[in-house]
Design a protein around this ligand. Structure first.
Ligand SMILES: [Fe+2]
Ligand SMILES: [Fe+2]
Length: 172
């Protein structure tokens, strides 16, 4: 009989992804925002995930980092407007999930994800393609709060191209 394949300690299985999402949802539920009426809740995470996966595909980035970022990045927000430490809180929360074996990433992947989470609300671009895909994916969903993303804040060629098209279709 062929031996069953055992997931490595840096591999995300479907079960682990589901657990990770459940943990993020629970963390957000435990916070002060009303999850049904927040601009930073699950619906936003899913749009960031879709955009992040597409950007990772186009740019040669990591879909794993994009997906983990999408579900984690805003789950520790404490208000809708000015919460400059929510990225840092998300990174700390992700660290606890890694310690518990729910978030399985290599040391290199962890350093990248930590950087993407910690500084995602810093309003700058990033040269690392994985961080860049995460941040651009988040910015591409600014339309939900009636903001058209600005080209100068986009990090990837694909993201810049999409914003260029947005501006052409809806010049303001
Ligand atoms: Fe955020
Ligand atoms: Fe976000």
């Amino acid at each position: 009989m062929a031996p069953t394949k055992k997931a490595s300690t840096t591999e995300m299985t479907d079960t682990l992804w589901k657990t990770l999402l459940d943990e993020c949802c629970q963390r957000a539920e435990d916070g002060p925002l009303n999850q049904e009426h927040t601009a930073h809740g699950y619906d936003h995470w899913e749009r960031v995930r879709t955009a992040g996966m597409m950007l990772a595909y186009m740019e040669g980035g990591s879909p794993k980092i994009s997906q983990a970022f999408a579900w984690l990045h805003d789950c520790c927000r404490e208000n809708e407007v000015h919460d400059p430490r929510h990225g840092r809180r998300a990174a700390l929360f992700a660290q606890t999930l890694r310690t518990r074996g729910i978030l399985r990433v290599t040391d290199d992947e962890w350093e990248t994800l930590k950087e993407a989470l910690t500084d995602h609300n810093g309003g700058r671009t990033h040269p690392d393609i994985d961080v860049a895909c995460c941040w651009d994916a988040d910015r591409l969903d600014l339309g939900r709060v009636h903001i058209t993303p600005e080209m100068r804040f986009m990090s990837t060629a694909t993201g810049i191209g999409i914003v260029e098209q947005m501006n052409r279709l809806d010049p303001r």
